[in-house]
Design a protein around this ligand. Structure first.
Ligand code: TXE
Length: 482
């Protein structure tokens, strides 16, 4: 069985922990590989190595455009090995191959985008008075920690690592215990290209290894994607050392469908927004808010569509793969059993056994209707292919429902009336709003992050570079010649 090593200070090492953690293919239930958790001493060694690499003359001498070229080289490498990396992601996460391929291409684009940006991160000058040149300089923050979840391991690693290396930091990635494979592939590539300590990969159980990293006194920034409770722990840990955090904590995002929506596109958008990656997407469109008098016809089409969706192993490349692991499977299937008993499930709601893949974690794409807007099914992130329907009769009611959760990550608005759409967009509390589409083809360039408990800060786009830079003001007085 393959044991996934960590990359610490340029060396491939196993975690010091006794127990082995299985990396399971959710489509088959088979163990793909194993890993061990890093000890506190190993995490400390990684942070020391990162600090020393960051401060080294060798790294300072790497020019900004050279860092950029290196990232662009990685983008080319990823594209050349796209099929191999897609299979790794497909087997590790269980997602259909087409979706894994899209993730691989997105990762290549992140490295390309931030590689291109590396020598365009410009500071500023501010007019003060004659004889003073005032420069605002953007410097790398130093040692950046990246805690990555299991739903989009490659994309989420790529988006923050690319921005952090482009700006000249030393990065430490902690991959999710369930899904280390593509980060390991990335580590193998970086190992031969960067000075030791600039890219390091730590493995292990998040609740054990995570705090070793987040409480470490010598780190300079934490980027975390995951659940709200763990995000709170990360923030508390970071507070001990006044370390800034970028948190992306998921959502319960609405698709708001008005009666005058372009119905074909809306239908397609609503379905894709909740079944992509089996609903295990931070920006999943988990709530359908539909105008009362359009509901019957739209929901009838929706149910029909859900019933034709094919569920199967990632490699069969059907519409939807399995859930990630037994824990998610038990949690969500139990929730759906209760919803069924209460009469809320209008389609789906059952687990599925697929011949030849009996150990896979499959459930039916599910629609829930009739729940109160304050009920858990309408409020909490389920992180599965479960769409909750709520209805509205006025624009204000639609806005109130859209904003009526603790989250605020994404919102979709579907209406041909652009007055309505723009008005709603201006009132919705969400970091990204899509009008008559949902996701706009991935959006490498678009700032992404949440209002309220969906997080702090923005990833993606040019603005994310600011997460990884310190701002320094330098005022220079010069003498006027006699
Ligand atoms: O999340 P956790 P879990 C949500 C989603 C899902 C729920 C639970 O609703 O059902 O979270 O998933 C690491 N310090 N999201 O338990 O605990 C750990 O290694 C530092 C939404 O996986 O937040 C893991 O990989 N790190 C989300 C990662 O954090 C810690 C994506 C996320 O784990 C840690 C994933 C700690 N104390 C889950 N404890 C999104 N926003 O897309 C764990 N980790």
């Amino acid at each position: 069985m393959q044991l996934i090593p960590m990359l610490i200070n340029g060396k491939w090492v196993q975690g010091d922990s006794q127990g082995l953690i299985d990396v399971v293919n959710p489509s088959t239930g088979q163990v793909l590989a194993q890993l061990k958790s890093a000890s506190e001493a190993q995490v400390d060694e990684a942070v020391r190595a990162a600090r020393s690499a960051f401060e080294s003359a060798q790294w300072r001498q790497v020019k900004a455009f050279e860092r950029g070229q290196l990232l662009i080289e990685l983008a080319h490498y990823i594209r050349m090995h796209a099929e191999e990396w897609s299979l790794l992601e497909c087997r590790d996460v269980g997602k259909p191959l087409t979706q894994a391929r899209a993730d691989v291409e997105a990762a290549a684009r992140y490295f390309e985008f931030y590689g291109g940006a590396a020598d365009k991160i410009m500071g500023d000058t501010i007019p003060i008075e004659d004889g003073i040149l005032n420069a605002v300089v953007l410097e790398p923050v130093g040692v950046t920690v990246h805690i990555v979840p299991w739903n989009y391991p490659l994309q989420i690693t790529a988006r923050s690592v690319a921005a952090a290396i482009a700006t000249g930091n030393a990065v430490i990635v902690k991959s999710a215990e369930d899904t280390p494979l593509t980060t390991h592939a990335m580590a193998k590539w970086f190992a031969g290209k960067l000075p030791s300590g600039i890219f390091q990969h730590i493995t292990g159980l998040g609740r054990e290894v995570g705090p070793y990293l987040t409480t470490h006194p010598d780190i300079d920034h934490i980027t975390f994607t995951g659940s709200v409770p763990t995000g709170m722990d990360v923030m508390k840990a970071a507070a001990q050392n006044i370390v800034p955090v970028t948190l992306e904590l998921g959502g319960k995002s609405p698709n708001i469908v008005f009666a005058d929506a372009p119905m074909e596109q809306a239908l397609e958008g609503v379905v894709r927004a909740i079944i992509q990656n089996a609903g295990q997407t931070c920006s999943a469109g988990a709530r359908l808010l539909i105008e009362e008098h359009a509901k019957e016809a739209f929901v009838a089409l929706l149910v029909k569509k859900f019933q034709t969706l094919k569920v199967g192993p990632g490699e069969a490349d059907v519409d939807m793969g399995p859930l990630l692991n037994e824990r998610q499977y038990v949690k969500i299937s139990t929730l759906l059993q209760q919803a069924k008993k209460q009469g809320f499930v209008i389609t789906g709601g059952e687990t599925i056994t697929i011949k030849g893949y009996e150990k896979g974690y499959y459930i039916q794409p599910t629609i829930v209707d009739g729940v109160d807007a304050n009920a858990a099914l309408a409020q909490e992130e389920i992180f599965g292919p479960v769409l909750t329907i709520l209805t509205f009769t006025t624009i204000e009611e639609a806005i109130e429902l859209a904003n009526g959760t603790d989250y605020g990550l994404v919102a979709g608005i579907w209406s041909k009336n652009l007055d309505t759409a723009h008005y709603v967009a201006s009132r919705v509390k969400a970091g990204q709003v899509f009008i008559n589409n949902y996701g706009a083809a991935g959006g490498i360039q678009m700032p992404f992050g949440g209002y309220k408990k969906s997080g702090i800060g923005r990833e993606k786009g040019f603005v994310a570079l600011r997460n990884y830079t310190q701002m320094k003001n330098i005022a220079i007085r010069y003498a006027t010649p006699e």
